[in-house]
Design a protein around this ligand. Structure first.
Ligand code: SF4
Length: 254
């Protein structure tokens, strides 16, 4: 019996030719809702759940399948956000239908809402059975610094990473590199050790912090607390790649 209940989804927007959120050319679904408050978030307009455009899963899949010819072997659909696991029933229904059509599926998540408690765990487990690849953001390995950066402990995130390793789900780890926040050698070395303890990581990506989202914060009237922090320079990005051993990981469907 399915643990997931078909339910409409609250969608912020869609992107028809996504090239960075998973392998190949992808249809990206940005869902509403995120409990995190990352200081560098470039989509603060996705934080509220019950807003945006409402879709039934089959309606959204039909829209996505119009672009199928561009996906070729590697491409497909990625659900992102916001935090897609906030709408687990919708994501589960959408990706189940996508897999029935033979579509490659990915989920871009912070893992923050993961729990091994029921009934959420059964829903998550079923949803993951329809996910080919998880793009998991690890924002800071130090718990106190993670709270400072996102407003939340990283305990659920790290447990989700361990769970994905337990079930052998392919994962790309992504780390947004923020100067003066998470680019120090000690944090990166500890993060590298944690990643090395997982058995399912296919790629590790360093994503340089950027300031493109600031205008959205201003528009929403929310104070931007990383004012003055500049994107990392080439040397700092190279150092992060070195310490995270990004070259060790093979990638996915090359
Ligand atoms: S998890 Fe993503 S959507 Fe949520 S606040 Fe952080 S960066 Fe923004």
């Amino acid at each position: 019996m399915s643990s997931c209940k078909p339910t409409p989804g609250f969608v912020h927007s869609t992107e028809t030719f996504g090239l960075v959120d998973g392998p190949g050319v992808r249809f990206i679904v940005f869902l509403q809702g995120c409990p995190m408050r990352c200081r560098y978030c470039h989509n603060p307009d996705t934080w509220a759940v019950h807003t945006g455009k409402t879709y039934e899963a089959d309606e959204l899949l039909t829209k996505a399948l119009r672009y199928r010819t561009y996906w070729k072997e590697a491409g497909g659909i990625t659900v992102s956000g916001g935090e897609p696991m906030m709408q687990v029933d919708f994501v589960c229904t959408l990706l189940k239908a996508a897999k029935a059509e033979g579509v490659n599926t990915a989920m871009d998540t912070s893992g923050i809402v993961f729990t091994r408690n029921e009934p959420a765990f059964s829903k998550t487990r079923e949803m993951l059975s329809y996910v080919d690849l998880v793009l998991l953001d690890l924002k800071h390995i130090d718990d106190e610094a993670h709270k400072e950066l996102t407003g939340h402990s990283n305990a659920a995130v790290l447990d989700f990473a361990r769970y994905l390793s337990e079930i052998g789900k392919p994962v790309w780890i992504r780390h947004v590199l923020v100067p003066g926040v998470n680019d120090d050698d000690e944090s990166l070395t500890k993060l590298d050790e944690f990643i090395a303890s997982l058995s399912n990581v296919q790629r590790v990506e360093v994503l340089p912090y950027h300031t493109l989202g600031i205008a959205k914060w201003e528009k929403l009237g929310i104070p931007y607390t990383l004012e003055g922090v500049k994107p990392p320079n080439a040397e700092s990005i190279a150092r992060a790649n070195e310490l995270l051993h990004t070259e060790r990981y093979d990638g996915y469907l090359k």
